[in-house]
Design a protein around this ligand. Structure first.
Ligand SMILES: Nc1nc2c(ncn2[C@@H]2O[C@H](COP(=O)(O)OP(=O)(O)OP(=O)(O)O)[C@@H](O)[C@H]2O)c(=O)[nH]1
Ligand SMILES: [Mg+2]
Ligand SMILES: [Zn+2]
Length: 345
C-alpha cells in the first residue's frame, strides 16, 4: 500500500523511503500532526479518526515529518529525510547550540506580521533568512487589515526588506484576503504559519479551516504583545485539500546554520558589494565602497546594513562553535574515527 497522497506524500518521500529500503514495520509511513513532550501523533490518512500515539525515543521528530512506526506501534522507528524544514536556533542555556525545528516538509512558509503594530523590519529580515534556508517558498502575510494603523505605509516598509517575497494583506477576522492563502494550500500542499505571539496566526488558520479549531486570545492593550495562546504546533486539514501548520509564537529569531539564506534575504546589499572597488572591501572607510555610497545617498538604509553585519557575525560565531564541538568530540574518541551508527544502541 502506498502512503497517503492526500496527506502530502509525493516523489521526494518515495525516494527517501526507497533509499532506506522501504521499511514498513507497523504500517506504511504516516505523517506527524502533533508533538507533545516526546510523543508523536501520527496520521495514516487525511481523515484518520484514531491517529497513533507513539514515543519519539531518540528520534528527532517535528510536526509535518513522515515517519515509520515500529512493529509494536510504540515508537517512531524512522524519520524520512525532509523535503524542507523551518529551523531556528533553540533558546539556549550555556553555550550549546541546538536546532529547533518548528515545522517540517512544508511547501510555503507564511511569515505573519500584524498591521496593528509598527512594522518590524529587523525581525522580518531574520525570519526571511530562516525561510529561505528552509527550502520552502516564503510569503509574507500582514494580518488584521480591518484594524490597521496604516496599511500602505506598513506594506511599503516591510516590502523594502522583503527581498522580492510576495506581501499579502489579510484579516483572519473578516476573512478579507484569506482566499490567497487557501489557493496556496491546494492539492496536498502544506503551509506553515510562523511569527511572533499575538500576530493572528491561529485566527488566520481558523478562517482558512472554516471552524474555530485553534484557541485564540487577545493581545495586551499596552504593547500589542500576544499571550502565547498556541502551545503546541499542529497539522490541520483544509476542507477541499491542503494542510496548515499552526505554530506557537516565538520571540527570538536566532539563526541556525544556514545555506544561502543570508545572501538571498539581503540580495540587494550583496549586489551593491559586487560594485565595491576592492574585492576585500570592509564597507567601512575604503575608497570606492558602493555600500557606503548607497547609505550616504539614501538608497540603502544604514540600519539594514548593520542588521546584515550582525547576522553574518552571528552565523560565523555559530559555525565556530560547531567546529569547536566537533573537535572536542573527536578528542574524546581519542582521535579514532567516529563509530558507525550501527555500532551504537
Ligand atoms: N481585528 C483583528 N484582530 C485579529 C485578527 N487576527 C487576530 N486578531 C486578534 O488578535 C489576537 C491574537 O490572535 P491569535 O490568532 O490568537 O494570535 P497568534 O498569532 O495565534 O498568537 P499565539 O498563538 O500566541 O502565537 C486575538 O484577540 C485575535 O482576535 C484580525 O484579522 N483582525
Ligand atoms: Mg496561535
Ligand atoms: Zn564596500
Amino acid at each position: 500500500m502506498t502512503p497517503n497522497t492526500e496527506l502530502g506524500w509525493g516523489e521526494h518521500f518515495d525516494a527517501a523511503w526507497q533509499a532506506i529500503g522501504c521499511p514498513v514495520a507497523h504500517e506504511t509511513p504516516g505523517r506527524v500532526s502533533r508533538v507533545d513532550r516526546g510523543w508523536s501523533t501520527v496520521m495514516r490518512s487525511a481523515d484518520d479518526r484514531s491517529p497513533l500515539r507513539v514515543r519519539n525515543i531518540g528520534a528527532d521528530v517535528a510536526v509535518g515529518d513522515w515517519v515509520i512506526v515500529d512493529d509494536e506501534a510504540e515508537r517512531v522507528a524512522y524519520v524520512l529525510e525532509r523535503k524542507s524544514a523551518f529551523v531556528r536556533r533553540a533558546s539556549y542555556e550555556g553555550d550549546r547550540a541546538e536546532a529547533d525545528v518548528l515545522a517540517a516538509n512544508i511547501d510555503v512558509v507564511v511569515l505573519v506580521h500584524a498591521l496593528t503594530a509598527p512594522p518590524n523590519q529587523r525581525r522580518l529580515e531574520r525570519e526571511l533568512v530562516l525561510a529561505f534556508d528552509s527550502g520552502a517558498q516564503p510569503v509574507i502575510a500582514l494580518t488584521k487589515s480591518d484594524a490597521a494603523i496604516d496599511i500602505e505605509g506598513t506594506v511599503r516598509e516591510l516590502a523594502a526588506v522583503a527581498a522580492g517575497v510576495e506581501v499579502h494583506v489579510a484579516s483572519g477576522l473578516t476573512g478579507d484576503g484569506v482566499d490567497t492563502f487557501r489557493a496556496m494550500a491546494s492539492s496536498g500542499r502544506t503551509l506553515a504559519f510562523l511569527g511572533a505571539s499575538g500576530v493572528g496566526k491561529s485566527t488566520l488558520v481558523n478562517s482558512l479551516l472554516g471552524r474555530e479549531e485553534m484557541a485564540t486570545s487577545s493581545v495586551r492593550e499596552n504593547d500589542q504583545r500576544g499571550r502565547h495562546t498556541t502551545v503546541a504546533t499542529q497539522l490541520l486539514e483544509v476542507p477541499g485539500g491542503g494542510w496548515l501548520i499552526d505554530t506557537p509564537g516565538f520571540r527570538a529569531v536566532s539563526l541556525w546554520l544556514s545555506g544561502r539564506g543570508i545572501e538571498r534575504a539581503f540580495r540587494d546589499v550583496f549586489d551593491l558589494m559586487d560594485d565595491c572597488r576592492f574585492r576585500d572591501c570592509k564597507h567601512d572607510q575604503e575608497p570606492g565602497c558602493a555600500v557606503r555610497a548607497a547609505v550616504d545617498n539614501g538608497t540603502l538604509d544604514g540600519a539594514r546594513f548593520t542588521s546584515l553585519e550582525r547576522l553574518v557575525a552571528e552565523e560565523a560565531a555559530l559555525e565556530a562553535e560547531q567546529e569547536r564541538r566537533e573537535r572536542l568530540s573527536d578528542r574524546r574518541r581519542g582521535g579514532r574515527p567516529a563509530p558507525d551508527d550501527s555500532d551504537r544502541e
